[in-house]
Design a binder for this molecule. Structure first.
Ligand code: PMP
Length: 425
């Protein structure tokens, strides 16, 4: 019978090392918040396929919708022969994305592709080419999104310079000494030093940074950013690929920011484990690109659309936004207890169920404790819990557990984290 070790050996020989792997495990099957590996070991899944499984692994409603779709058609290419689920999903997404204006929605396949298209749309709508992105941002691994992503190693290392016209502003981060004023000043500095506002098509921001470490943008920063964009005719792009589909306690995180974006990208949990992403925005901007300029062979696949429509129904039926808030509170309360015992945890933070802890040495925010993070991730796995780290310095542990996780299992997962700190910290 197959073992993780034998499969790892085949993987090493067959798959390039650039495709990293956090856990040396081969999954066999999964259900809601539980995963079983090829050796029959059971794990509690706090990673959720990196923010893809807010409705859990193989939610029965999602499975049923996909099975039903598979009895009809799996592919036509929407640009050749259209199908209703694509249109219905665009209508439903537009109703969910904040903003009291007419919207249109483009469907594509990955988060990176959504961001690529948001930039293309902003460029066409404004006739400008520059984009401002933030420190420690993550927007993807394609060429343009690598320009936007604020972390060279490992994402862009060895690949040379990425496409130009991207300017880096500071993401506000009180914990690390970047105030909202500092962050605003960094944009003014770009305008003075690097590119005039009339050359900037868009500012792209994650309302809560994901890979960068689960830092939420302060509401007043988002409001000042919106005002600045309005002043200069710049489009505001909210990258909700990780924050979207209910993770932060609202369907989109921007609902909590008091201002709206011109363009919103979404992916990951929107289709409950099937590849689907998109851009939703003001209709006039979304129509800036002429027929033929948007799309893709698999873009908005009928299977993925059926899954996404089911995900949106599940959110209603199971009241998952309230659940997201409750799960977030439970996680924060448990992790604060661990923090009280273990001051190595410098901060417990989160918006809704997008919760993380950041580890320091000697209580000093300038000394990231990546070593302990990787030890905890390994020890937790040995105890049957799958965790993920993040952060520019790899010193953050994040929780992306399915919102549908049973209470007892959530409690057990949090206990394992506490045990790991008792043993290692
Ligand atoms: N934007 C954000 C905010 C993300 O978190 C990610 C994925 N981690 C992406 C874009 C890229 O998505 P994908 O990996 O599906 O291309």
């Amino acid at each position: 019978s197959k073992t993780n070790q034998s499969l790892m050996q085949r993987r090493m020989a067959a798959v390039p090392r650039g495709v990293g792997q956090i856990h040396p495990i081969f999954a066999e099957r999964a259900e809601n918040a539980t995963v079983w590996d090829v050796e029959g070991r059971e794990y509690i899944d706090f990673a959720g396929g990196i923010a893809v499984l807010n409705t859990g692994h193989l939610h029965p409603k999602v499975v049923a919708a996909v099975q039903e779709q598979l009895t009809k058609l799996s592919h036509t290419c929407f640009q050749v022969l259209a199908y209703e689920p694509y249109v219905e999903l665009c209508e439903k997404i537009a109703a969910r994305v904040p903003g009291e204006f007419a919207k249109k929605t483009l469907l594509v396949t990955s988060g990176s592709e959504a961001v690529e298209n948001a930039v293309k749309i902003a460029r066409a709508a404004t006739g400008r080419a520059g984009v401002i992105a933030f420190t420690s941002a993550y927007h993807g691994r394609t060429m343009m999104t690598l320009s936007l992503t604020g972390k060279q190693v490992p994402y862009a290392a060895g690949m040379g310079l990425m496409p130009g016209g991207v300017f880096r502003a500071q993401y506000p981060n009180a914990l690390h000494g970047v105030s909202v004023d500092d962050a605003m000043a960094s944009i003014e500095r770009i305008f003075k030093n690097d590119a005039e506002p009339r050359d900037i098509a868009a500012i792209i921001i994650e309302p809560v940074q994901g890979e960068g470490g689960f830092y939420a943008a302060p509401k007043d920063f988002m409001q000042r950013l919106r005002a600045l964009c309005d002043q200069h005719g710049i489009l505001l792009i909210a990258d909700e690929v990780q924050t979207g589909a209910g993770r932060t306690g609202s369907f989109f995180a921007m609902e909590q920011m008091g201002v709206v974006a011109d363009l919103t990208t979404f992916a990951k949990s929107i289709a409950g484990g099937f590849p689907l992403s998109g851009v939703c925005g003001k209709a006039e901007y979304m129509d800036a690109i002429a027929p033929g300029g948007l799309g893709g062979t698999y873009a908005g696949s009928p299977i993925a659309c059926a899954a996404a429509l089911a995900v949106m129904e599940v959110f209603e039926e199971e009241n998952l936004l309230a659940r997201s808030q409750a799960v977030g509170e439970t996680i924060k309360a448990a992790l604060r207890e661990v923090q009280n015992k273990h001051p190595v945890i410098g901060e417990v933070r989160g918006l809704g169920a997008m919760v993380a802890i950041e580890l320091f040495k000697d209580g000093d925010p300038h000394q990231p404790n990546a070593e302990l993070v990787s030890q905890v991730v390994v020890r937790a796995r040995e105890k049957g819990l799958i965790l993920l780290s993040c952060g520019s310095y790899y010193n953050v542990i994040r929780v992306l557990v399915p919102l549908t996780v049973p209470d007892a299992q959530l409690k057990r997962g949090l206990e394992i984290i506490a045990e790991c700190f008792d043993e290692l910290a």
